[in-house]
Design a protein around this ligand. Structure first.
Ligand code: NI
Length: 306
């Protein structure tokens, strides 16, 4: 009995809070309905009108809202900083580049493109020139769906066994068929088998502006070790800045992709093209780094998953 008066108070308070919550929820509900219909307006609404574009709010949280990403933005033709990439690209961001070699393939590449599209993932296709000539529509679809298309020679040649003019012919012919078919000029290349001499690396970079893109994760999918093995090798090998090798000419590789990509997404990785990844490269820290204020770092930020 003694507590009755005190129980009534919280009750009143609760009703008032619920009403207030309802009133507050109205505009939020209206706003979230607007997100799916007019995504562009939502972004504008979250930026204070007096902020200049470069001062705009950090919209990272927007990623959780269903906001349509803009369609394919062409990769700007900026010359790479290095003539080759054999190691993980230095970045603090949880990004990886999926690369698919040796296509386009008549059935496997379209199937892969469907899988990527379902997840809104952009990849890089190192295509063989003669396959582009055989399947021009598939090459065009690669580009139309926002992926990067890159040079993997005309005949999948072993470049270290060719003369300079032979190498030049392999690269030029492939660049031409890619450009005439898709309207895009490739800006990176990968030597078949990763075989390239230091001298070749230098002159190809000088003459074509192509950095040689090797890889940091190789699931050896061409040996067809089984779908689950391909998946586990890729997922276990992934780390920020990784360049992952796979082949879209092998059916089991395509079958492994939904699970592989979903596991990487679940680990928090984002997918970028090779050109995007190398443009993100961060400088090596200076020799005398400032002391880290460990006391101010929350424990959970130090035990990140990646
Ligand atoms: Ni290859």
């Amino acid at each position: 009995m003694f507590g009755f008066r005190f129980r009534m108070q919280p009750m009143k308070s609760l009703i008032m809070r619920l009403s207030l919550l309802f009133l507050l929820a109205l505009p939020i509900l209206a706003c979230s309905t607007g997100v799916t219909q007019t995504p562009a307006k939502t972004t504008e609404a979250t930026v204070a009108p007096d902020l200049a574009p470069d001062q705009s709010l950090n919209l990272e949280v927007e990623g959780e809202v269903t906001v349509e990403t803009p369609t394919a933005t062409p990769v700007p033709p900026v010359k790479a900083k290095r003539d080759s990439y054999y190691t993980v690209v230095r970045t603090s961001q949880p990004v990886v580049a999926m690369t698919f070699d040796d296509g386009p393939h008549k059935t496997n590449t379209p199937r892969l493109l469907d899988i990527l599209k379902e997840r809104n993932i952009k990849a890089t296709f190192f295509v063989v020139g003669q396959n582009v000539a055989e399947y021009p529509e598939i090459a065009k679809r690669i580009v139309d769906e926002g992926h990067e298309i890159a040079n993997h020679t005309w005949s999948h040649a072993w470049l270290t066994k060719l003369s300079d003019s032979g190498v030049r012919r392999e690269l030029q012919k492939t660049a031409s068929v890619i450009e005439s078919t898709t309207g895009v000029r490739p800006t990176v290349f990968r030597p078949p088998y990763g075989a390239l001499s230091k001298r070749q690396r230098h002159w190809i970079f000088d003459e074509f502006d192509y950095p040689a893109i090797i890889w940091t994760v190789d699931p050896l999918d061409w040996k067809r070790p089984g779908v689950s093995v391909v998946t586990s090798r890729i997922v276990n090998g992934a780390k920020p800045g990784a360049i992952i090798l796979a082949h879209d000419i092998h059916e089991p590789t395509i079958t492994a992709m939904p699970g592989t990509l979903d596991q990487l997404l679940a680990k928090g990785y984002r997918f970028v093209t090779v050109s995007e990844l190398i443009a993100m490269e961060e400088p090596v820290p200076t020799a005398t780094p400032k002391p880290v204020a460990t006391a101010t770092v929350a424990p959970e930020t130090r035990s990140a998953d990646l």
